[in-house]
Design a protein around this ligand. Structure first.
Ligand code: ZN
Length: 248
C-alpha cells in the first residue's frame, strides 16, 4: 500500500500536468471543427449558385437552335394539317401544334428573364465567394494556431502519457478504478494534506488521523468531506523530488 499511495500521488501529479496541457488547447480543436463546417456550407452554397449560372448559360447558347427547332416543327405540322384525311387527324395535329407553341412560350419566357436572373445570380455568387474566402481565412488562422500549440505540446504530452501508463501498470486495478471514479467529479482525485487540511476542499483533518495514516500505510484514506483520496506530505515530498530530477 505504501507503494500504491506513492503511485497515486505520482498519478495525480501527472494528471495535473495533462489537465493543464489540455486546458491550454482550450476551445481551439472545437473552433477548428465548427469553422470547417462553415467552410463546407459556404462552399456548397456557392457551388449551387455556380450550377444555376451554368444552366442559364447553357440555355442562352442553345436557345437559338432550340427556337429554330420548335419553329421548324410548327411549320412542318402546319403543312401536315393541310393533308389530313379526317377531323380526328386534324384535331390531333392541332393539339401537337398547341403543344409546340406552348414550349416556345415557355422558352421565350425563360430567355426574357434570363438576363435579370443571370445578373442576380452573379451578384449572389460574388457575395457567397467573398464569404467563403473569409471563412477559409478564419479556418486557416485557427488551424495554424492549433498546430503551433500542439506541436509544442506533443513532446510533453507524450512524456506524461508514457509515464502515466507505467504508473497505472503498477497500480492495483481496484485502486485505479476508485481514482478514476473520483476523478469524474473531482479533477484532483488524490490530494495532499497540507496544514492539517485536505488540499482539495480545505476541511480540517484531525492530527490523530494523519498520524494513523503515517503508521498505517496499507490503508487508503479519503477525505470525509469531499471523498478525495488523501496522502501525507512526506509522500508529496517524494513526488516533488521526482519532478525535480525530471523523473516525472
Ligand atoms: Zn476534502
Amino acid at each position: 500500500m505504501n507503494e500504491q499511495i506513492t503511485l497515486l500521488a505520482q498519478l495525480a501529479a501527472i494528471d495535473a500536468n495533462l489537465d493543464e496541457l489540455h486546458d491550454e488547447l482550450g476551445d481551439l480543436p472545437q473552433d477548428v471543427k465548427s469553422l470547417e463546417q462553415i467552410v463546407r456550407q459556404k462552399s456548397e452554397l456557392a457551388e449551387s449558385t455556380r450550377l444555376q449560372l451554368d444552366e442559364l448559360e447553357h440555355l442562352k447558347s442553345n436557345s437559338h437552335i432550340m427556337m429554330q427547332e420548335l419553329h421548324d416543327k410548327e411549320v412542318k405540322l402546319s403543312e401536315q394539317q393541310f393533308q389530313v384525311k379526317n377531323n380526328r387527324e386534324f384535331d390531333a395535329i392541332t393539339k401537337e401544334i398547341d403543344h409546340v407553341k406552348m414550349e416556345r412560350a415557355v422558352l421565350d419566357e425563360k430567355l426574357r428573364t434570363s438576363a435579370v436572373k443571370h445578373e442576380n445570380l452573379s451578384a449572389q455568387l460574388e457575395i457567397q465567394q467573398a464569404e467563403l474566402n473569409v471563412a477559409r481565412d478564419n479556418l486557416k488562422e485557427k488551424e495554424q494556431e492549433l498546430e503551433l500549440l500542439t506541436g509544442d505540446h506533443n513532446e510533453e504530452l507524450k512524456k506524461f502519457i508514457d509515464h502515466r501508463l507505467k504508473v497505472i501498470a503498477k497500480l492495483d486495478d481496484s485502486i485505479e478504478a476508485e481514482y478514476e471514479r473520483i476523478r469524474t467529479f473531482h479533477r484532483e482525485a488524490a490530494v495532499c494534506i497540507k496544514r492539517n487540511s485536505c488540499s482539495g476542499c480545505f476541511s480540517a483533518i484531525p492530527s490523530q488521523r494523519i498520524m494513523e495514516m503515517k503508521y498505517n500505510r496499507d490503508k487508503m484514506y479519503t477525505c470525509e468531506n469531499c471523498g478525495r483520496i488523501l496522502y501525507t506530505e512526506d509522500i508529496q515530498a517524494g513526488v516533488d523530488a521526482m519532478v525535480e530530477e525530471g523523473n516525472l
